[in-house]
Design a protein around this ligand. Structure first.
Ligand code: PCA
Length: 221
């Protein structure tokens, strides 16, 4: 049993690195904010994602879940507030499977909101000098599916663990490689991996802290 589950995604779209994968591996087995962290890397595959997520949740039974993914071109850390019941990616996933106008869970709820204290995390990141913003759409690719499926699985288990999703920019090395390969340098923002790792830790610390505050308030009432 872990206190905190951190998930990242494998590389996709022809890239060979994903900062979310590197952070999930780096935090695995560490202690953050007094919580024991397990890190898992998820497949960029619509067919395999749900099983991988279910397995991670079953094996760790976490009291907090922080999922990470790469949003190439994004200029800052993005705290996602919503996962919608839609898969739409004509360019295909890592299995080459394409999706158009598809429901992730046919007949399921339209959306699941993330339940981390996103506003408090935003304030903690900004106070630490880390550029960050709240976001109301995680797109319609695998990161959105991760949010939606996590929300659905937790609801089905009646597990009250807070969960959230953080989209990360490219690492500087990725942008350098993309520009050398001929990509247009405009809209190629990046952030050092160490800063994104610190943002992840701050999110965990803030969430664990507000969990304790909520538990204390509940035990007083
Ligand atoms: N980013 C993609 C999927 C995997 C990842 O790291 C996304 O934003 O959906």
């Amino acid at each position: 049993m872990a206190d905190v589950l951190v998930t990242g995604f494998e590389p996709f779209g022809g890239g060979d690195r994903n900062p979310s994968q590197e952070i999930a591996r780096a935090v695995d087995g560490t202690s953050v904010g007094g919580g024991q962290v397990t890190g898992r890397v998820l497949p960029v595959s619509m067919r395999r994602l749900a099983d991988a997520l279910r397995q991670a949740l079953d094996e760790t039974r976490p009291r907090l879940i922080v999922s990470l993914g790469l949003a190439g071109g994004e200029s800052m850390v993005r705290l996602e507030r919503l996962g919608v019941n839609l898969a739409d990616f004509p360019f295909g996933d890592n299995d080459g499977r394409k999706s158009l106008d598809e429901a992730i869970a046919p007949g399921g709820p339209a959306a699941f909101p993330t339940t981390l204290p996103n506003r408090a995390i935003l304030n903690a990141l900004l106070a630490a000098g880390i550029p960050a913003r709240l976001s109301d759409t995680a797109g319609t690719y695998l990161c959105n599916a991760c949010i939606y499926l996590t929300g659905k699985m937790l609801a089905e288990r009646a597990a009250g663990a807070p969960f959230g999703f953080i989209h990360l920019p490219y690492m500087p090395e990725q942008v350098a490689a993309l520009v050398s390969a001929g990509s247009q340098p405009e809209q190629m923002a990046s952030m050092p991996l160490a800063l994104m790792a610190r943002a992840t830790e701050l999110a965990i610390e803030t969430a664990l802290q507000s969990n304790v505050t909520i538990a204390r308030a509940a035990s007083r009432s």
